[in-house]
Write a protein of this length. Structure first.
Length: 88
């Protein structure tokens, strides 16, 4: 979602260091790689009725199963995370 790989790596490394986790033994789930968020846009553009409740349920189920979220607040002065409807 527009973050550079370097920013993602730096964020995860800093997080692991701050909570005393070994980055080589810590597993992460990145939502945009596991839930096809572009599918809704593609379906809307083709004139299809988009069942957003299916998308939100899938996202919610995964987040609840994981138990916590690490939010990237970048860029610092205007974090993109805060512009996403399901994040606020």
């Amino acid at each position: 979602w527009d973050y550079s790989i370097g920013d993602i790596i730096d964020t995860l490394t800093s997080y692991c260091t701050s909570v005393n986790l070994d980055p080589k033994r810590t597993y992460i789930w990145i939502c945009c790689l596991c839930v096809n968020q572009h599918r809704v846009i593609e379906q809307k553009n083709s004139g299809m009725l988009v069942p957003t409740d299916v998308f939100f349920n899938e996202f919610e189920t995964r987040v609840i199963g994981i138990g916590h979220i690490l939010a990237m607040m970048a860029p610092w002065k205007k974090p993109k995370y805060l512009t996403r409807i399901w994040c606020i």
